[in-house]
Ligand binder design. Structure first.
Ligand code: C5P
Length: 400
């Protein structure tokens, strides 16, 4: 259970911070609230003081009887700070270290983990200044709970709605439970699906989107890990605080992994790597009028996981097994032994609504050791947390 500092800045979504306060308390946390002056135009401070059972911080130089604590008291007391909603103005202040009000000053005085939940009009969210400020905050390790798309208070439809109070509280919960747990650890994560050229424009590929790997990247960053991603054809937004190396084919992915693997503490091999590639790629575009059928000779690619496992120092290794049907689970178990990795994450690709391209997954985490846990359908982010829990149990078992 944690001491949470809830900062409420002045947007119409401020009323949703009341729900966030209630949910944090329901999760067992104690909450102190600081409101910016503009926030009090949307919700009365009495609401927050009555519900939190504590005086609300309103300003550095208001009636000392009202504030009760100064910025240092707020900062010293908190285990985690969450700003909800975070306006464009408050994000800018936090990004640049401005300290001209009780909330901004307390945040500058606070050296613990910070979660921000932005909410604003789409144009403000997409303004280059806001984009740069969010990037600065993420690079500093601030957890940004991205806004959702939908009907905004001004009647426009677009990106900028405050994330749901449940999502904001889930982010706080993750920080409370895991924040800093992977500080100093280097994690290598492969993502997407390789494409093996047939000719200058065609390829043998698969439909991996990279979403599962991207969720693992977010989860690992939120736990404080340094993350390098080897991306095979992933068309998803990239974080400023992660190193990305692109590798489109199995061969290129193998090469980059060989380069990065020695320096990492753990490898999560999420990428769907082609098992076969055309023996020879034609230089131009194959002319379809030349013949009524086409034969392409395929050869096996190197199994990157097995290759790296054979040469590993003490890296923890996680592989994936996308398998169809009931027999797939046994194949995934066998794969863990055959490839010599610590953990295999199995998902049943014949089940509808999960896996490739979707936002949800249902997985069985096989290993470390005899452990085998099934996680029924949930978000890929929730699956990522479970995978990192298993991975970290092995990292700490090895290195303490
Ligand atoms: O043997 P299979 O392709 O089912 O194994 C899947 C796991 O092995 C995944 O983690 C995938 O990234 C990895 N793999 C690999 N090299 C290959 C093929 C798959 O490392 N050539």
């Amino acid at each position: 259970m944690a001491e949470v500092l809830l900062g409420v800045s002045g947007g119409i979504a401020a009323y949703k911070a009341v729900d966030v306060l209630r949910m944090l308390q329901r999760d067992g946390h104690d909450v102190s609230v600081i409101m910016t002056r503009n926030a009090t135009r949307f919700v009365g401070p009495e609401t927050f003081s009555a519900l939190s059972g504590r005086p609300v911080g309103l300003g550095q130089f208001t009636d000392p009887g009202t504030a009760g604590y100064d910025h240092l008291d707020f900062a010293r007391r908190a285990d985690v700070a969450v700003v909800c909603p975070a306006t464009a103005n408050t994000l800018a202040r936090l990004a640049h270290g401005l300290a001209d009000g009780l909330l901004s000053t307390s945040l500058v005085a606070f050296d613990g983990p910070v979660v921000v939940a932005p909410a604003m009009n789409t144009r403000m969210w997409e303004h280059p200044a806001t984009v740069a400020n969010v990037a600065t905050l993420e690079a500093r390790g601030v957890v940004v709970v991205p806004p959702a798309s939908g009907l905004l208070a001004d009647g426009e439809v677009g990106m900028g709605r405050l994330a749901s109070p449940a999502d904001v509280c889930a982010a706080v919960e993750r920080v409370v439970r895991h924040g800093g747990e992977m500080q100093g650890r280097e994690i290598l994560i492969t993502a997407g699906g390789t494409r093996e050229p047939i000719d200058a424009v065609r390829y043998v590929g698969n439909s991996s989107s990279g979403k599962m790997a991207w969720a693992i990247v977010d989860a690992a960053r939120d736990r404080g890990a340094r993350v390098t991603v080897v991306a095979a054809n992933v068309d998803l937004p990239r974080r400023p605080d992660v190193t990305y190396r692109d590798a489109g084919t199995a061969e290129a992915l193998h090469r980059v992994c060989l380069d990065e693997f020695p320096g990492c503490d753990a490898l999560v091999m999420t990428a769907a790597v082609a098992d076969y590639r055309p023996v020879r790629a034609e230089t131009g575009k194959i002319d379809k009028s030349a013949a009524s059928s086409l034969q392409i000779d395929l050869e096996r690619t190197t199994d990157i996981l097995s290759d790296l496992a054979a040469a590993r120092a003490d890296q923890v290794m996680v592989g994936f097994a996308a398998e169809a049907g009931a027999a797939g689970l046994q194949r995934a178990r066998d794969k863990r032994t055959r490839k010599g990795v610590d953990i295999v994450v199995h998902n049943d690709i014949s089940a509808p609504g999960i896996g490739f391209g979707s936002d949800d997954n249902a997985i069985t985490i096989i290993g470390p050791g005899d452990a085998e846990v099934f996680f029924e359908r949930r978000s890929k982010r929730a699956c990522a947390e479970a995978i990192l829990d298993a991975l970290m149990s092995q990292v700490t078992a090895r290195t303490g």
